[in-house]
Design a protein around this ligand. Structure first.
Ligand SMILES: NC(=O)CC[C@H](N)C(=O)O
Length: 430
């Protein structure tokens, strides 16, 4: 190819190198892909070492490691959020998964003390195209590399994230093994990836809290955008299936007093607390792998107002008698358009899920309230007769746009309505 000067001493041939190259090596069952990029050859302030991401389809992606070292298996999913990698890293719903960020430049704002979504990082690892060589933000407390190393989470960079994303979009989500261990052969890693599965595994029990506790923190005043908090206080019991803390902060900001309970907390104990409402949270893995949670949800339905978010929505769907199914590659990102069928509005939403409820399997009376406009899948449900509302996506965002925050107000209104019904004088029948 003829080399043409573009200015800033960058040439077309330099740029073509930056887009990586597929170099299939037909010698064995596996094919190796390396990313050649002249722009990242300079000295780096962090340790680098060779790493391999071996996917179950036999492709091997050579990369450099940051964070922890070792060998880790997980399902690879891609996330299209442009910002918010710290919230993504601490979202417990990613347990068992490698998150590949499609935004090519990650790490430039470091990590801070405020943006944690849970007590630790539960994900299998992080896959990025380019790790920022410098970190600059007024809230930055640590670099991304140091943060991951301390939490024993593996990361890789200098890998062709666009090519992997296209593969996942075409072939569906894939299991992969990430390794920095040179003593393991490609075939061994491939075998590992082909013999592990995320379907049917209860990942909730590994991320849920162990004992009930109160939650009081609201969204900090400087970040608050809801100007009309409720004048009344409502007691909400929140089931922690891997709950993101911003769900709790948003509920507290809307005037709720919250008791967080573990995933195995009996429905009877919850009902004894006489809550105004119950929240079923987001969480990792396959909703069909946790029948005990579906049973708990079933025993609460109809008795108090409930709100299900993501995993909570899927468990509600199953408790109502419906079915969930695994999607081809799921939805992960902060830019998913959702159609609110009740208002006619389109919301740009934050999403993170691989499973969905099949609305055709739900009983009569259950209303589909929201649709994902990318693929028409069910994004929200309501069953007014049973005081149920649920969303497949994340109204708390974090990271993501705030378009769907109104859902917390709707939940408060549901509880308010129920309270007012109880205080109405009962007509006696003769
Ligand atoms: N964020 C979530 O709650 C995810 C729910 C479920 N683990 C899924 O992947 O669909």
């Amino acid at each position: 190819m003829a080399t043409k000067t573009l200015g800033f001493s960058v040439t077309v041939s330099d740029l073509s190198k930056c887009f990586g190259s597929r170099s299939p090596q037909p010698t064995s069952k596996v094919r190796v892909f390396t990313l050649r990029c002249s722009a990242v050859k300079g000295e780096r302030p962090w340790k680098t070492s060779d790493a391999r991401l071996v996917l179950e389809d036999g492709s091997i992606w050579k990369a450099k490691s940051f964070g922890a070292t070792g060998t880790q298996v997980g399902e690879v999913v891609f996330n299209t959020s442009l910002t918010g990698y710290q919230e993504i890293l601490t979202d417990p719903s990613y347990a068992g998964q490698f998150v590949l960020m499609t935004n090519p430049h990650i790490g430039n704002t470091g990590v801070n003390f405020d943006d944690e979504e849970s007590r630790q990082c539960f994900l299998a690892g992080l896959v990025i195209r380019s790790l920022s060589i410098s970190t600059s933000n007024w809230r930055c407390a640590e670099t991304l590399g140091d943060y991951l190393a301390k939490r024993n989470i593996m990361g890789i960079y200098d890998v062709d994230t666009r090519a992997i994303t296209r593969r996942l979009r075409e072939d569906g989500s894939l299991i992969g093994v990430l390794s920095t261990d040179n003593s393991k052969t490609d075939e061994e890693l491939l075998k590992m990836s082909q013999s592990w599965d995320i379907v049917g595994v209860d990942l909730i029990s590994g991320v849920s809290c162990k004992t009930p506790h109160e939650w009081v923190d609201k969204t900090k005043q400087e970040w608050e955008f809801n100007s009309k908090p409720s004048q009344e206080t409502f007691h909400v019991v929140a089931y922690d299936f891997g709950i993101k803390q911003n769900i709790l902060r948003r509920l507290a900001s809307y005037g709720c007093k919250i008791t967080v309970v573990p995933s195995t907390w009996p429905a009877s104990e919850t009902l004894k607390m006489k809550p105004d409402g119950v929240l079923f949270s987001n969480g990792p893995g396959d909703p069909s792998a946790v029948p005990y949670a579906v049973e708990t949800v079933r025993n609460i339905l109809g008795k108090v107002p409930v709100f299900g978010i993501c995993m909570g929505h899927q468990l509600l769907g199953q408790a109502l008698g419906g079915k969930t199914f695994k999607m081809k590659f799921g939805h992960h990102g902060g830019n998913h358009p959702v159609h609110n069928l009740r208002t006619g509005h389109v919301e740009i939403s934050a999403q993170n899920h691989n499973y969905a409820v099949d609305p055709a399997t739900l009983p009569e009376g259950v209303e589909v309230t929201h649709i994902n406009l990318n693929d028409g899948s069910c994004a929200g449900l309501a069953f007014p007769a049973q005081k149920i509302m649920s969303l497949q996506y994340h109204p708390e965002a974090s990271p993501g746009p705030h378009d769907s925050d109104y859902a917390f107000r709707e939940f408060v209104n549901l509880m308010k309505h129920e309270r007012s019904k109880k205080s109405e004088p009962q007509l006696s029948t003769v």
